[in-house]
Ligand binder design. Structure first.
Ligand code: MTE
Ligand code: MOS
Length: 749
């Protein structure tokens, strides 16, 4: 079934923040931000801006009625700079004016006296200075020191990974409207309506019941609107509170790129030890995360890096240490994979390093160390593993050895074009690693005409979560999908939501919806039992809009049943709560069972490098992927394709460049290259893993939002192999592999 939004998207009828009809008297906000990455803010001169045409008010930190604080995890992030600026793009003042243009014009009239301080952009420098966001985190399993002493082969090295701009099509934005008794209604392009509500309450001093947050859908979030929507909603809220007029702010692309954080760059050290049978016996890794100027979501992102430090492999002795380093960059944040990919890249690089030195193929080491049922992850959870089955089923379908041979044959014949192939196994844990976040609610109303309205905490951002939730309701009620309407995500209807993140939105909100619908269905069965003279409710079922008795269709249709139930004063509404069972994690021991389940997969990636120009094409990404049992192959395949392209973009062409002064140089689409239709793989083949395992996913259909991104990482290693087919060299593990970098490596000798 197609994504429910597909029609309105194609016709341009879907509503995003910028499409919300404006109330008369609406003001437009625009931010004056710091041009200096680190400094002491001596004074701000807003006098000229205040006199500028159409300007209603200019707001600085001292004007806030509530706290000047929006940090979600650690309270270290002022909404507006006060005393110090710590990144270029940090908001200092807000202009509120009658039009967008007038607001922007006035911003240019503001000046700030900032005494520059030394900026730090390198996470290792920050760590050496002791400037950490939170104390270091560590996972330990076995005894690395002893294990290394007994290893046949030990290799160590260093990797660098750059950040990634989210480049959601819809930029950040919000629209805040004052309502009676000092309350606020806030429309926000956010993955976390409750996070926005909390931030708005903090800066305005309002209690949560006075602030309503509403989200229709996002034009993409990819993690970038999990916490980073808070600032813009807070800015609008503060403006609305101070002027008593509605305030809107939809960022320009360049403002968004300059002022918001991105995927965390990491610099890492690894040491890998193998025995003579190519079993990895020990792995030691240290991650330096470039957190940016404040915590934002860096600590949980750092944790997931540790959780995925061994990717799909079982390694008996592991010591993994992670530092969240404070630098003078915009606060880096969640991005599809949430730190997991950064952890996986390092183990993959370590394996490639070992393979090269030992003269074997990396695939041999990968295959030889895949985690099996019952093996323990470094964090204590025992695997229910499909790492090996996804490899063998993928191999049976795609014939990995043949694809490698094909590339080798091509390379023998071709002088200036070389092909490279790499395997990319993926193992990704599903659940928020912070256990309390794994809860969700759903509110279901059945109306007397038989139509059904569902509200949940899930935010639709293109990933098709609304379609899946509607499918759940349709299935329980035995109705066609057009009888179900999924409404906006709204904090009045659904309170205390977790953000739509961790790929868990369909599971959590879908399960809550299933529970609510089943409760209503059971009440309806009691009514139906009398109407169709069934002996027991167990004999009843609902299908194609009718009540069935002992598998036979009765004359009682859904609409009549609903009306009858209503006349009998039966409750046709339900608000259900779901909390993932069986999960826990204890940071004092760094052990537990944090994930409801894992998603497994194996991809093979093939590329062709033009060795004269350094350009490359991705020929194919073929994966065997663990969907459990997909409830919507159209949506799920879309997630796989999009995830792969986003992953290989990160690993190849997307290059975030900050100069030493902390200024973003890749600040527009002319200087930041994302994959377009010409750079997507020529072939993406998706083979669903065949499995009979039960899992905790909604309708057994596993989470799919993030895991496929990591298949794209295979492109990095495939390009590396192609370069090595051209010239004897050993490129550093320094992602992304931009064409420039490829060229340098091709002619490094
Ligand atoms: N797909 C689209 N089209 N747009 C997005 O913003 N975000 C990704 C993924 N797929 C995203 C997407 C991220 S980062 C996550 S965590 C999941 O979707 C969240 O949605 P889910 O929990 O419903 O999978
Ligand atoms: Mo996704 S990075 O968990 O929003």
């Amino acid at each position: 079934m197609k994504n429910l939004d597909s029609k309105s998207h194609v016709r341009g009828e879907s509503i995003y923040l910028d499409d919300i009809p404006l109330i008369q008297g609406t003001l437009y906000a625009c931010v004056f931000d710091s041009a200096v990455a680190h400094g002491t803010l001596r004074s701000i001169n807003t006098a000229d801006a205040e006199k500028s045409e159409g300007v209603m008010r200019v707001v600085t930190a001292k004007d806030l009625i509530g706290e000047n604080q929006i940090g979600g995890v650690v309270p270290d992030e002022p909404l507006l700079a006060d005393g110090e600026v710590h990144f270029q793009g940090m908001p200092i003042a807000i202009v509120l004016a009658e039009s967008e243009e007038l607001a922007r014009k006035a911003v240019r009239k503001i000046t700030a006296d900032i005494e520059p301080l030394e900026p730090v952009t390198d996470p290792r420098v920050a760590a050496a200075n002791g400037d950490l966001i939170v104390p270091p985190k560590k996972f330990i399993m076995g005894d690395c020191e002893e294990a290394f002493a007994n290893c046949e082969h030990v290799f160590s090295g260093r990797t660098e990974q750059n950040g990634q701009e989210h480049l959601y099509i819809e930029t950040q934005g919000a629209y805040a409207i004052p309502i009676e008794n000092s309350g606020l209604k806030v429309y926000s392009s956010t993955q976390g309506p409750t996070a926005v509500q909390r931030a708005v309450c903090r800066v305005t001093g309002l209690p949560m019941h006075q602030v309503e947050v509403d989200v229709q859908r996002l034009g993409g979030g990819f993690g970038g609107k999990e916490d980073q929507a808070n600032a813009w909603a807070s800015i609008c809220a503060v403006g609305a509170q101070l002027t008593k007029r509605p305030v809107k702010y939809a960022l320009h692309r360049m403002e968004d790129m300059r002022m918001t954080g991105k995927r965390h760059p990491y610099s890492s050290d690894y040491k890998i030890g193998l025995n003579k049978d190519l079993k990895i016996i020990a792995y030691e890794v240290t991650f330096y995360q470039n957190a940016g100027a404040s915590a934002d979501l860096s600590p949980p992102v750092l944790e997931r890096t540790l959780f995925h430090a061994t990717n799909s492999y079982f390694i008996p002795n592991v010591t993994a240490t992670a530092y969240s380093c404070r630098t003078n960059l915009p606060p880096n944040t969640a991005f599809r994979g949430f730190g997991g990919p950064q952890g996986m890249f390092v183990i993959e690089a370590a394996i490639v390093h070992a393979a090269e030195k030992l003269g074997v193929s990396a695939a041999d080491i990968q295959r030889n160390n895949l985690i099996d049922d019952g093996d323990e992850f470094p964090y204590g959870q025992k695997a229910e593993s499909d790492a090996i089955t996804s490899w063998t089923q993928g191999d049976a379908e795609f014939n990995f050895a043949h694809l490698q041979k094909e590339a080798d044959g091509f390379n023998d014949e071709s002088k200036y074009f070389k092909k490279g192939v790499a395997m990319m196994p993926v193992c990704f844990g599903i659940s928020f690693t912070k256990t309390p976040m794994n809860q969700a609610r759903s509110l279901v109303h059945v109306y007397t005409d038989g139509s059904v309205a569902v509200s949940t905490g899930a935010v639709e951002m293109g990933q098709g979560v609304n379609t899946k939730i509607a499918q759940v309701a349709a299935k329980v009620f035995g109705l066609p999908i057009d009888k179900i309407k999924i409404h906006t995500t709204n904090t009045l209807r659904i309170a205390n939501t977790s953000p739509t993140a961790a790929s868990a939105a369909a599971d959590l909100n879908g399960k809550a919806t299933q529970m609510a619908c089943e409760t209503i269905r059971d009440r309806l069965f009691e009514v139906a039992k009398g109407l169709v003279e069934a002996e027991a409710v167990e004999n009843l079922s609902l299908e194609d809009g009718h009540v069935y008795r002992n598998g036979d269709r009765t004359s009682l249709d859904w609409k009549s049943l609903v009306m009858d139930a209503h006349l009998q004063r039966v409750n046709l509404s339900e608000h259900a709560h779901y909390a993932t069972p069986g999960i826990n994690f204890d940071w004092t021991t760094a052990k537990g069972h944090p994930f409801a389940y894992h998603v497994y997969g194996t991809a093979i990636v093939g590329v062709t490098v033009d060795c004269l120009r350094g350009r490359y094409e991705v020929d194919y990404v073929k994966c065997c992927h663990d969907f459990g049992s997909s409830m919507n192959t159209s949506v799920d395949n879309g997630q796989i394709e999009g995830g792969i392209v986003q992953g290989l973009g990160w690993m190849t062409m997307e290059e975030v460049v900050y100069d030493d002064a902390g200024k973003l140089r890749s600040n527009a689409l002319s200087t930041y290259k994302v994959p377009d239709i010409h750079s997507v793989p020529k072939e993406i083949a998706i083979l669903p893993l065949q499995t009979n395992r039960e899992n905790l996913a909604v309708l057994n259909s596993k989470a799919v939002g993030e895991p496929p991104l990591m298949y794209g990482m295979g492109a990095y290693f495939a390009i590396r192999n192609a370069i090595k087919a051209f010239t004897e060299c050993s490129p550093e593990f320094d992602a992304p592999f931009t064409p420039e970098k490829v060229l340098m490596n091709l002619y490094s000798e």
